[in-house]
Design a protein around this ligand. Structure first.
Ligand code: SF4
Ligand code: SF4
Length: 295
Protein backbone atom coordinates (compact mmCIF):
# COMPACT_ATOMS: atom_id res chain seq x y z
CA UNK A 1 0.00 0.00 0.00
CA UNK A 2 1.36 3.41 -0.97
CA UNK A 3 0.39 6.17 1.48
CA UNK A 4 1.21 9.77 0.61
CA UNK A 5 1.46 12.33 3.39
CA UNK A 6 0.64 15.78 2.07
CA UNK A 7 -0.56 19.19 3.20
CA UNK A 8 -2.13 22.11 1.41
CA UNK A 9 0.36 24.47 3.03
CA UNK A 10 3.83 24.25 4.51
CA UNK A 11 4.56 24.17 8.24
CA UNK A 12 1.60 22.01 9.28
CA UNK A 13 3.73 19.14 10.60
CA UNK A 14 3.54 16.88 7.52
CA UNK A 15 7.09 15.55 7.85
CA UNK A 16 6.64 15.07 11.61
CA UNK A 17 3.65 12.81 10.95
CA UNK A 18 5.47 10.98 8.13
CA UNK A 19 8.64 10.19 10.11
CA UNK A 20 6.71 9.16 13.23
CA UNK A 21 4.61 6.77 11.14
CA UNK A 22 7.74 5.33 9.53
CA UNK A 23 9.37 4.81 12.91
CA UNK A 24 6.44 2.92 14.46
CA UNK A 25 5.86 0.82 11.35
CA UNK A 26 9.54 -0.12 11.01
CA UNK A 27 9.74 -2.32 7.92
CA UNK A 28 8.52 0.24 5.36
CA UNK A 29 9.84 2.25 2.45
CA UNK A 30 10.10 5.99 2.98
CA UNK A 31 10.32 8.27 -0.06
CA UNK A 32 10.96 11.94 0.60
CA UNK A 33 9.58 13.61 -2.54
CA UNK A 34 9.96 17.14 -1.18
CA UNK A 35 13.04 17.39 -3.39
CA UNK A 36 13.39 21.17 -3.16
CA UNK A 37 13.76 20.98 0.59
CA UNK A 38 14.13 17.38 1.77
CA UNK A 39 14.36 17.16 5.55
CA UNK A 40 13.06 13.71 6.58
CA UNK A 41 16.68 12.47 6.68
CA UNK A 42 17.38 14.91 9.53
CA UNK A 43 15.00 12.85 11.69
CA UNK A 44 15.34 9.30 10.37
CA UNK A 45 19.13 9.70 9.95
CA UNK A 46 19.58 7.03 7.25
CA UNK A 47 23.02 5.90 6.11
CA UNK A 48 22.82 7.13 2.53
CA UNK A 49 24.93 4.47 0.86
CA UNK A 50 23.96 5.02 -2.78
CA UNK A 51 24.02 8.27 -4.77
CA UNK A 52 22.51 8.28 -8.25
CA UNK A 53 22.77 11.42 -10.41
CA UNK A 54 19.35 12.44 -11.75
CA UNK A 55 19.39 13.58 -15.36
CA UNK A 56 16.94 14.79 -17.98
CA UNK A 57 17.52 14.85 -21.72
CA UNK A 58 17.64 18.26 -23.40
CA UNK A 59 18.26 19.27 -27.03
CA UNK A 60 21.61 20.21 -28.49
CA UNK A 61 21.70 21.72 -31.97
CA UNK A 62 23.99 20.35 -34.66
CA UNK A 63 24.69 23.71 -36.28
CA UNK A 64 26.06 22.34 -39.56
CA UNK A 65 22.80 20.48 -40.27
CA UNK A 66 20.38 23.25 -39.16
CA UNK A 67 18.56 25.28 -41.84
CA UNK A 68 16.95 27.65 -39.30
CA UNK A 69 13.48 26.59 -40.45
CA UNK A 70 12.04 27.40 -37.00
CA UNK A 71 9.99 24.16 -36.60
CA UNK A 72 11.62 23.31 -33.25
CA UNK A 73 10.68 26.69 -31.76
CA UNK A 74 7.14 26.34 -33.12
CA UNK A 75 6.60 22.93 -31.54
CA UNK A 76 8.07 23.79 -28.13
CA UNK A 77 5.17 24.63 -25.80
CA UNK A 78 7.61 25.84 -23.15
CA UNK A 79 9.55 28.47 -25.13
CA UNK A 80 12.74 26.54 -24.51
CA UNK A 81 14.02 27.10 -28.07
CA UNK A 82 14.32 30.31 -30.07
CA UNK A 83 15.41 30.43 -33.70
CA UNK A 84 16.98 33.51 -35.21
CA UNK A 85 16.80 33.23 -39.00
CA UNK A 86 19.86 34.31 -41.05
CA UNK A 87 19.55 37.84 -42.43
CA UNK A 88 21.72 39.48 -45.06
CA UNK A 89 25.29 38.64 -44.09
CA UNK A 90 24.33 37.58 -40.55
CA UNK A 91 24.39 33.89 -39.71
CA UNK A 92 21.29 32.33 -38.15
CA UNK A 93 21.27 30.88 -34.67
CA UNK A 94 19.25 28.50 -32.48
CA UNK A 95 19.15 29.27 -28.76
CA UNK A 96 18.28 26.51 -26.31
CA UNK A 97 17.19 27.35 -22.74
CA UNK A 98 17.74 24.05 -20.91
CA UNK A 99 16.11 25.28 -17.67
CA UNK A 100 12.80 25.72 -19.50
CA UNK A 101 12.95 22.37 -21.32
CA UNK A 102 10.44 19.73 -20.14
CA UNK A 103 12.21 16.95 -22.09
CA UNK A 104 9.03 16.21 -24.05
CA UNK A 105 11.05 15.14 -27.11
CA UNK A 106 8.91 17.15 -29.56
CA UNK A 107 11.76 19.07 -31.16
CA UNK A 108 13.91 15.93 -31.64
CA UNK A 109 11.04 14.23 -33.42
CA UNK A 110 10.01 17.14 -35.63
CA UNK A 111 13.30 18.60 -36.79
CA UNK A 112 13.23 17.85 -40.55
CA UNK A 113 17.02 17.92 -40.83
CA UNK A 114 17.91 15.64 -37.95
CA UNK A 115 19.82 18.62 -36.56
CA UNK A 116 18.95 18.03 -32.89
CA UNK A 117 20.53 15.47 -30.61
CA UNK A 118 19.60 14.67 -27.02
CA UNK A 119 22.18 15.35 -24.32
CA UNK A 120 21.86 14.64 -20.60
CA UNK A 121 21.62 17.46 -18.08
CA UNK A 122 22.04 16.81 -14.37
CA UNK A 123 19.22 18.30 -12.27
CA UNK A 124 19.94 16.73 -8.89
CA UNK A 125 20.62 13.48 -7.16
CA UNK A 126 18.68 10.52 -5.75
CA UNK A 127 20.14 9.07 -2.54
CA UNK A 128 19.11 5.76 -0.99
CA UNK A 129 19.96 4.02 2.22
CA UNK A 130 18.56 2.51 5.40
CA UNK A 131 17.42 3.91 8.72
CA UNK A 132 17.13 0.73 10.77
CA UNK A 133 14.40 -1.32 9.09
CA UNK A 134 13.21 1.68 7.04
CA UNK A 135 14.32 1.73 3.38
CA UNK A 136 14.94 5.38 2.70
CA UNK A 137 15.01 7.27 -0.62
CA UNK A 138 15.09 10.98 -1.24
CA UNK A 139 15.89 13.41 -4.03
CA UNK A 140 17.84 16.64 -3.83
CA UNK A 141 17.20 19.17 -6.57
CA UNK A 142 20.20 21.27 -7.61
CA UNK A 143 20.10 24.86 -6.35
CA UNK A 144 18.49 27.16 -8.93
CA UNK A 145 16.76 24.28 -10.74
CA UNK A 146 13.17 25.23 -11.55
CA UNK A 147 11.51 21.90 -12.34
CA UNK A 148 11.23 19.27 -9.66
CA UNK A 149 8.73 16.75 -11.23
CA UNK A 150 11.38 14.88 -13.30
CA UNK A 151 13.43 14.32 -10.14
CA UNK A 152 10.33 13.32 -8.15
CA UNK A 153 9.55 10.72 -10.84
CA UNK A 154 13.08 9.35 -10.48
CA UNK A 155 12.63 9.06 -6.70
CA UNK A 156 9.31 7.29 -7.28
CA UNK A 157 10.90 4.70 -9.55
CA UNK A 158 12.07 3.14 -6.26
CA UNK A 159 8.50 2.41 -5.09
CA UNK A 160 8.22 -1.29 -4.28
CA UNK A 161 4.50 -2.06 -4.35
CA UNK A 162 4.99 -5.27 -2.39
CA UNK A 163 5.70 -3.24 0.76
CA UNK A 164 4.10 -0.43 2.69
CA UNK A 165 5.46 2.79 1.22
CA UNK A 166 5.22 6.25 2.76
CA UNK A 167 5.63 9.23 0.45
CA UNK A 168 6.43 12.58 2.02
CA UNK A 169 4.98 14.95 -0.61
CA UNK A 170 5.96 18.60 -1.02
CA UNK A 171 3.52 21.17 0.41
CA UNK A 172 0.96 22.92 -1.80
CA UNK A 173 -1.20 21.74 -4.70
CA UNK A 174 1.00 22.40 -7.76
CA UNK A 175 2.73 20.07 -10.26
CA UNK A 176 5.33 18.64 -7.81
CA UNK A 177 2.52 17.62 -5.45
CA UNK A 178 0.47 15.99 -8.22
CA UNK A 179 3.58 14.10 -9.39
CA UNK A 180 4.21 12.90 -5.83
CA UNK A 181 0.59 11.80 -5.30
CA UNK A 182 0.14 9.96 -8.62
CA UNK A 183 -0.27 6.23 -8.08
CA UNK A 184 -0.84 6.51 -4.30
CA UNK A 185 -3.49 4.30 -2.73
CA UNK A 186 -4.27 6.74 0.06
CA UNK A 187 -3.39 10.29 1.07
CA UNK A 188 -3.11 11.54 4.60
CA UNK A 189 -3.59 15.31 4.70
CA UNK A 190 -1.95 17.07 7.60
CA UNK A 191 -3.56 20.38 8.43
CA UNK A 192 -3.95 22.90 11.22
CA UNK A 193 -7.18 24.43 12.54
CA UNK A 194 -6.71 27.95 11.22
CA UNK A 195 -8.38 29.89 8.36
CA UNK A 196 -5.15 29.54 6.30
CA UNK A 197 -5.03 25.83 7.04
CA UNK A 198 -8.66 25.42 5.98
CA UNK A 199 -8.22 27.45 2.79
CA UNK A 200 -5.30 25.30 1.60
CA UNK A 201 -6.93 22.09 2.82
CA UNK A 202 -9.97 22.74 0.62
CA UNK A 203 -7.67 23.10 -2.42
CA UNK A 204 -5.80 19.89 -1.55
CA UNK A 205 -9.07 17.96 -1.13
CA UNK A 206 -10.26 19.17 -4.55
CA UNK A 207 -7.05 17.86 -6.13
CA UNK A 208 -7.44 14.48 -4.41
CA UNK A 209 -11.06 14.19 -5.52
CA UNK A 210 -10.09 14.80 -9.15
CA UNK A 211 -7.30 12.22 -8.81
CA UNK A 212 -9.68 9.73 -7.15
CA UNK A 213 -7.39 9.13 -4.15
CA UNK A 214 -9.15 8.35 -0.84
CA UNK A 215 -8.02 10.63 1.95
CA UNK A 216 -8.27 11.39 5.64
CA UNK A 217 -7.04 14.14 7.94
CA UNK A 218 -4.59 14.65 10.73
CA UNK A 219 -5.25 17.89 12.59
CA UNK A 220 -2.03 19.13 14.13
CA UNK A 221 -2.02 21.63 17.01
CA UNK A 222 -5.73 20.82 17.28
CA UNK A 223 -6.13 22.83 20.49
CA UNK A 224 -4.96 26.09 18.90
CA UNK A 225 -7.24 27.81 16.41
CA UNK A 226 -10.90 27.36 15.51
CA UNK A 227 -13.30 24.58 14.52
CA UNK A 228 -13.47 25.49 10.80
CA UNK A 229 -11.41 22.47 9.68
CA UNK A 230 -13.49 20.02 11.72
CA UNK A 231 -16.77 21.45 10.46
CA UNK A 232 -15.50 21.27 6.87
CA UNK A 233 -14.34 17.67 7.34
CA UNK A 234 -17.72 16.69 8.82
CA UNK A 235 -19.71 18.41 6.08
CA UNK A 236 -17.62 16.69 3.38
CA UNK A 237 -17.45 13.21 4.90
CA UNK A 238 -13.67 13.32 5.38
CA UNK A 239 -12.60 11.35 8.46
CA UNK A 240 -10.31 12.97 11.03
CA UNK A 241 -7.99 10.04 11.76
CA UNK A 242 -5.89 11.74 14.39
CA UNK A 243 -5.74 15.03 16.31
CA UNK A 244 -2.46 16.14 17.85
CA UNK A 245 -2.56 18.82 20.58
CA UNK A 246 0.29 21.31 20.80
CA UNK A 247 3.06 19.93 23.00
CA UNK A 248 5.99 22.20 23.80
CA UNK A 249 8.28 19.27 24.64
CA UNK A 250 7.56 17.58 21.29
CA UNK A 251 8.08 20.88 19.42
CA UNK A 252 11.45 21.40 21.12
CA UNK A 253 12.45 17.82 20.34
CA UNK A 254 11.49 18.39 16.68
CA UNK A 255 13.79 21.41 16.49
CA UNK A 256 16.62 19.11 17.63
CA UNK A 257 15.77 16.40 15.08
CA UNK A 258 14.07 14.06 17.57
CA UNK A 259 11.12 11.82 16.70
CA UNK A 260 8.24 11.96 19.21
CA UNK A 261 7.47 8.22 19.21
CA UNK A 262 11.07 7.45 20.26
CA UNK A 263 10.53 9.12 23.61
CA UNK A 264 6.87 8.42 24.26
CA UNK A 265 5.04 5.09 24.36
CA UNK A 266 1.73 6.98 24.29
CA UNK A 267 2.67 8.67 21.01
CA UNK A 268 3.87 5.39 19.55
CA UNK A 269 0.45 3.89 20.38
CA UNK A 270 -1.30 6.87 18.76
CA UNK A 271 0.67 6.50 15.53
CA UNK A 272 0.04 2.74 15.39
CA UNK A 273 -3.64 3.62 15.76
CA UNK A 274 -3.29 6.13 12.93
CA UNK A 275 -1.97 3.43 10.59
CA UNK A 276 -4.86 1.13 11.53
CA UNK A 277 -7.31 3.98 10.90
CA UNK A 278 -5.76 4.59 7.45
CA UNK A 279 -6.08 0.91 6.54
CA UNK A 280 -9.66 0.72 7.78
CA UNK A 281 -10.70 3.83 5.86
CA UNK A 282 -8.92 2.62 2.72
CA UNK A 283 -10.66 -0.78 2.89
CA UNK A 284 -14.06 0.84 3.58
CA UNK A 285 -13.55 3.19 0.62
CA UNK A 286 -12.67 0.26 -1.66
CA UNK A 287 -15.81 -1.51 -0.48
CA UNK A 288 -17.95 1.52 -1.34
CA UNK A 289 -16.34 1.80 -4.76
CA UNK A 290 -17.03 -1.90 -5.48
CA UNK A 291 -20.66 -1.42 -4.44
CA UNK A 292 -21.01 1.60 -6.71
CA UNK A 293 -19.52 -0.30 -9.68
CA UNK A 294 -21.89 -3.22 -9.22
CA UNK A 295 -24.93 -0.95 -8.90
S1 SF4 B 1 13.85 22.32 -36.56
FE1 SF4 B 1 15.94 21.57 -36.88
S2 SF4 B 1 16.55 22.55 -38.78
FE2 SF4 B 1 14.76 23.65 -38.08
S3 SF4 B 1 15.61 25.36 -36.85
FE3 SF4 B 1 15.23 23.70 -35.45
S4 SF4 B 1 17.15 22.60 -35.34
FE4 SF4 B 1 17.26 23.87 -37.14
S1 SF4 C 1 12.33 18.61 -25.65
FE1 SF4 C 1 10.26 19.52 -25.65
S2 SF4 C 1 10.37 21.06 -24.04
FE2 SF4 C 1 12.47 20.55 -24.52
S3 SF4 C 1 13.07 22.06 -26.02
FE3 SF4 C 1 12.34 20.27 -27.16
S4 SF4 C 1 10.16 20.70 -27.56
FE4 SF4 C 1 10.84 22.12 -25.94
Amino acid sequence: MVIAIASGKGGTGKTTVAVNLARVLGDVQFLDCDVEEPNAHLFLKPDLAERIPARVMVPEIIEEKCTYCGKCAEVCAFNAIAVIAPKDALKGSVLVFPNLCHSCGGCFLLCPEGAIREVPREIGVVETGRAGAVRFVHGRLNVGEAMSPPLIRQVKKHVDRTRTTLIDAPPGTSCPVITSLEGSDYCLLVTEPTPFGLNDLVLAVEVLRVMGIPHGLVINRCDIGDDGVESYAKANGIPVLMSIPFDREIAEGYSRGLIAVDGSGAYAEKFRGLYEAIRNHYEADRGHQRQRRHG
